[in-house]
Design a protein around this ligand. Structure first.
Ligand SMILES: [Zn+2]
Length: 208
């Protein structure tokens, strides 16, 4: 039998950022229409009726303007219903972030518009924010607009190595504001080979 993942981009629309959080949630997350809802809650009910589990790729970047609570409102119901939350990232939100921008003064429509080091910082911010909103640590990633490049894969690989380092007990990452990248850049993060030899390749491989 062929295994199939049902995956859903789950995001506030950056094109509707000016409408405010509540209106954006109603349109983009709940998917309210004159004929009834067609968004996340409807899809979860539909899959549950069929005994299926979905993978919701949630974009945490709107937290830049509305705070983590905006992402909690998305992640919470998905986790409560037993579905899977993974990491999505739309860089368009940086244009609205002002002082909260982790890359001050930088913006771009796609991850490929950023350097490797900048992508590391963005993925770090997104993963930490998704976790702060109540999601388990992600093991899969989807770039907004599929706008990734090779540097995105390298950044995800480095991020996965940091997770492996945590699994090996080498560093305590439980501080909520701890940066994987701060650690990685300060100490030099080893490549995949080191962890493959420790039998943790399956853990580090799935994220990229
Ligand atoms: Zn998307």
């Amino acid at each position: 039998m062929t295994g199939v993942y049902i995956t859903i981009d789950t995001e506030y629309a950056s094109s509707l950022a000016g409408l405010g959080r509540a209106e954006n949630f109603a349109r983009s997350i709940a998917g309210e229409t004159p004929e009834g809802p067609a968004g996340v809650f409807y899809k979860m009910r539909l899959m549950e009726r069929c005994g299926l589990k979905g993978v919701f790729f949630v974009d945490p970047m709107p937290a830049l303007i509305w705070g983590v609570a905006a992402i909690e409102d998305v992640v919470g119901p998905i986790v409560e219903h037993g579905h899977d939350v993974q990491l999505h990232l739309h860089t368009e939100w940086l244009a609205f972030a002002n002082g909260a921008n982790p890359l001050p003064g930088r913006s771009g429509a796609n991850l490929k518009d950023f350097t490797f080091e900048e992508q590391c910082i963005l993925i770090d911010y997104a993963a930490l924010t998704l976790g702060a909103a109540g999601a388990p640590r992600p093991v899969a990633f989807r770039a907004g607009n599929y706008g990734a490049n090779d540097d995105t894969l390298r950044a995800l690989d480095l991020h996965a190595c940091s997770i492996a380092r945590q699994a090996l007990g080498e560093q305590d990452f439980t501080e909520p504001d701890w940066s994987y990248w701060e650690f990685a850049f300060n100490t030099g993060t080893p490549g995949r080979g080191e962890y493959a030899s420790e039998g943790l390749w399956s853990l580090t491989g799935v994220i990229a």
